[in-house]
Design a protein around this ligand. Structure first.
Ligand SMILES: [Zn+2]
Length: 828
């Protein structure tokens, strides 16, 4: 039935394209710029149409050939080897002089590079505002990628004076998708389900091979190829003054969110940037209102606290990051929203989506919602931003330049942090190489010491200042100063007097998330995580330097160019091409299966990511394999990434998806898993998946945080301290205390005299290292990592996330050690 339908669509398309080519021939104008409709056969945004990645790239290639306002560059290849592209759109004379404008941008971004021959005023007078617009990084937020073709076409063809002014004063870097693989995953799924009961549902898989939705959580770690390529484009080459990241939100709330953002702001973002964000957001909101659109929301839900998103990374490069979130239809299928649904829709900053407030003055009256509505609002927003950029060209360039200049000034006050140090000899060489590589790749300057330095260090730490109330204890950063000490040659140093000062600070300092409670006394959920301090996550020592004995002229330093220089210093295998150069840390061959259910699970994707990065072989286990059994003939170890017990057992509900995507491991899978462990296999569970093991294997442990209200305990994405028993083989060679990632995770108590070997506990005091922890007493001293013998096998329970987003290198050795002990069992 579906095949027959596709055949009809194909035939119709062939006939249609034949028709248009005849029409074009009769017009016979070589300079005709093809419209998206003439190439695709539909106008982007039409109901129930979708262009896939080859169609989108094909359209941009045609536009490049036909228009002297457009030039398209290929940045490299995505994770699954699709081309990543960017279209430069500007006036013809600017497109011809792109190298000149790139050079101006690089000088404005780092005023230290300016010379007498390139005086500031001439650069400010001649420069263009560079605006980057990125579409649909979240591939199911599908409309913007489709919209990109129409936006490009209109800018390439319009002759009105406003458009001409925009083209003269700005250079647009239009990224039709920073996740091309996801464009095709969604397009293929949408076409497959069109006209079936499943039309409009999101695909039951991750739309990025490893990261799914977390593809927009990687902008300081740079684990993913897509993030690496775009970071190079934006923060090595072009330094856009404005970055606009186009998203969609749920279906039933506001029609469109645009900044200003909600609280709390990240204290390291320049207030000037936040004000400019607000100005642009209000301009967009006013233009949408003038065009007759209702339901635009500002100052709600989305905050600027967290670092690591497409729209937040710009702040740490002195640029303006704008987010928009249009209400979703059902992929490219219209949806109907009722007043009752709008009334029930409530979020931080919006009590319900029918009530007029100052930040939401014109509620939308419910009804049908189409992809075309989304696209029209996004087109207006893009146009608004370009128009402001053009009209205030000089201000945008000067503000950008001034932030970079001020950040590069030397410290003025005694005792101020001057730099962070990564001392040599940490025995964490791969982690050191990865951390420095990520910093260099995002444009941070890192130097190697070619001669020893004498410094005063301050080890930054969070200290609880009010222990009277466990629930609302407050924290501050304190540093214990050392006496002047020698730092050996081969150490690395990152000075703060560089344009990216606040990027460095925000990555190296602990975060102190404010205690924010709702009127009912519950914790108010932050938009994303609360803490991410990079050296803590990675288990790398990186103390702050507050004094240096040697004057600048006495220091001998080398500025590093790339991660391979660090790898060479540390005698690690050099990275060539796309292959990860890291040696498999598991001591002996071991057969690992990683559970992959029938729904996309980001924690599963990141688990595969770290295994691939460390070159540890594994196979994915599907629900059907679990139900079939015979696990011990294939695996020594089975890993369950974090997922709820119900999802593991039941999977997608029947009726919501085609039959092959429904059903979990079921009771049959549990029976097979028990047979596997009893027969000598090792079962490893991360975080939420521990519930399944505890219940189904009747383990003598209990998650003490289950069902606890957020007024009593709350810890959303923070770094906490572990006390580690490093005599246990799974903790072999790890330090006695270690930072671990906790994201609404688990903590266990064991029944008295139970046969539970505790490998790590949450610290007995000062548990929080970075982020937000409400109700610290609930975590103190509880079991964080344990091993339980079952039959001839073992179950290893991680209460926390040992591999969170591929960032938590500090706790990865637990996984490799566990696999090594499983391997030694096998070889016995
Ligand atoms: Zn999104």
């Amino acid at each position: 039935m579906i095949r027959y339908r596709q055949l009809i669509i194909c035939l119709a398309l062939v006939l249609f394209l034949a028709g248009t080519s005849v029409a074009q021939r009769s017009a016979s104008q070589p300079a005709v710029i093809p419209s998206p409709k003439s190439v695709l056969g539909f106008t982007p945004g039409d109901d129930r149409t979708i262009a896939d990645w080859s169609q989108i790239t094909d359209y941009f290639e045609r536009l490049d050939r036909a228009s002297d306002r457009v030039t398209v560059q290929t940045l490299g290849q995505s994770t699954l080897k699709r081309p990543m592209i960017v279209a430069f759109i500007s006036a013809r004379e600017n497109i011809l002089a792109l190298p000149k404008y790139k050079e101006i941008q690089q000088l404005l971004a780092d005023p230290r590079k300016m010379t007498q021959t390139t005086p500031r005023d001439r650069l400010l007078a001649n420069g263009k505002v560079v605006v980057a617009i990125s579409c649909s990084i979240h591939s199911t937020e599908v409309v913007a990628s489709q919209m990109s073709m129409q936006l490009a076409y209109e800018l390439a063809t319009a002759q009105d004076s406003d458009t001409r002014e925009i083209l003269q004063n700005t250079i647009l870097l239009l990224i039709p998708s920073p996740n091309p693989d996801g464009v095709d995953i969604v397009a293929n799924w949408y076409r497959k389900t069109l006209g079936t009961p499943y039309e409009g549902r999101e695909p039951p898989e991750l739309y990025h091979h490893y990261a799914g939705h977390d593809d927009n959580r990687d902008w300081f770690m740079l684990n993913l190829k897509e993030t690496q390529l775009i970071t190079r484009l934006l923060w090595h080459d072009w330094f856009p003054q404005i970055v606009y990241d186009v998203h969609q939100q749920g279906s039933n709330g506001s029609r469109f969110f645009i900044p200003p953002f909600y609280d709390p702001p990240n204290p390291n973002i320049s207030p000037l940037l936040l004000r400019q964000v607000g100005l642009i957001g209000h301009k967009v909101a006013a233009d949408l209102q003038a065009a007759g659109f209702k339901g635009v929301l500002t100052n709600a839900l989305y905050d600027t606290w967290w670092h690591g998103g497409f729209r937040t990374a710009p702040y740490f490069h002195n640029s303006i990051g704008i987010l928009s979130e249009a209400a979703s239809a059902r992929l490219m299928t219209p949806s109907t929203v009722t007043t009752e649904q709008l009334v029930r829709s409530s979020t931080r900053g919006m009590r319900n989506a029918t009530e007029a407030t100052t930040n939401f003055p014109d509620p939308w009256p419910a009804g049908q919602w189409r992809p075309r509505d989304i696209m029209s609002m996004e087109m207006i927003a893009a146009r608004s931003i370009l128009s402001l950029a053009s009209k205030f060209r000089g201000e945008y360039l000067r503000n950008f330049y001034e932030l970079g200049r001020k950040n590069s000034e030397p410290a003025k006050n005694k005792g101020e942090t001057l730099a962070y140090l990564i001392p040599a000899g940490q025995a964490r060489d791969e982690a050191v190489a990865k951390m420095i590589g990520s910093l260099i790749d995002q444009g941070v300057e890192v130097f190697r010491l070619d001669r020893e330095l004498h410094v005063v260090l301050s080890q930054q730490a969070l200290q609880r200042t009010n222990s009277a109330s466990d629930k609302l204890g407050t924290y501050k950063i304190s540093g214990s100063l050392t006496a002047m000490q020698e730092v050996p040659t081969g150490s690395y140093i990152i000075f703060l007097n560089q344009p990216q000062r606040y990027n460095v600070v925000t990555l190296f300092e602990p975060q102190i998330y404010p205690n924010r409670l709702t009127a009912q006394g519950e914790a108010e959920r932050p938009y994303d995580v609360a803490g991410w301090t990079l050296p803590l996550q990675m288990g790398v020592e990186a103390p702050a330097v507050v004094a240096i004995k040697e004057a600048a002229s006495e220091r001998k330093l080398t500025l590093l160019k790339d991660a391979n220089e660090v790898r060479a210093d540390l005698a690690l295998t050099l990275k060539k091409g796309d292959e990860s150069p890291i040696k498999n840390p598991v001591k002996q061959p071991v057969r690992v299966g990683i559970y992959k259910g029938s729904m996309g699970n980001m924690d599963e994707g990141w688990t595969r990511f770290v295994f691939d990065m460390f070159n540890v072989p594994y196979s994915s286990i599907r629900d059907v394999d679990m139900r079939q059994g015979g696990l011990s003939s294939k695996f020594d170890v089975v890993i369950f990434p974090s997922q709820s017990s119900a999802q593991i057992l039941n999977g997608n509900a029947a009726g919501n998806f085609p039959a092959e995507y429904t059903g979990g491991i079921t009771e049959a899978g549990i029976k097979n898993l028990k047979e596997f462990v009893n027969g000598g296999g090792m079962l490893i569970c991360f975080d939420n998946a521990c519930d399944m093991a505890i219940k189904e294997f009747n383990l003598p442990l209990r998650n003490t945080l289950e069902g606890v209200r957020s007024s009593e305990f709350y810890c959303p994405g923070s770094i906490v301290a572990l006390e580690v028993d490093n005599k246990h083989p799974i903790a072999a060679s790890l330090p006695a205390t270690l930072p671990a990632y906790f994201i609404n995770s688990s903590a266990f108590t064991a029944a008295p005299d139970a046969n539970v070997r505790v490998i790590a506990r949450y610290a007995k005091e000062n548990v929080l290292l970075s982020g937000w922890l409400l109700g610290e007493d609930k975590l103190r001293g509880q079991i964080a990592l344990a091993e339980v013998g079952v039959g001839r096998g073992r179950i290893v329970l991680f209460g926390f996330r040992p591999q969170h987003r591929g960032q938590t290198w500090a706790t990865l050795p637990f996984i490799w050690n566990a696999l090594s002990t499983a391997a030694s069992n096998t070889s016995e």
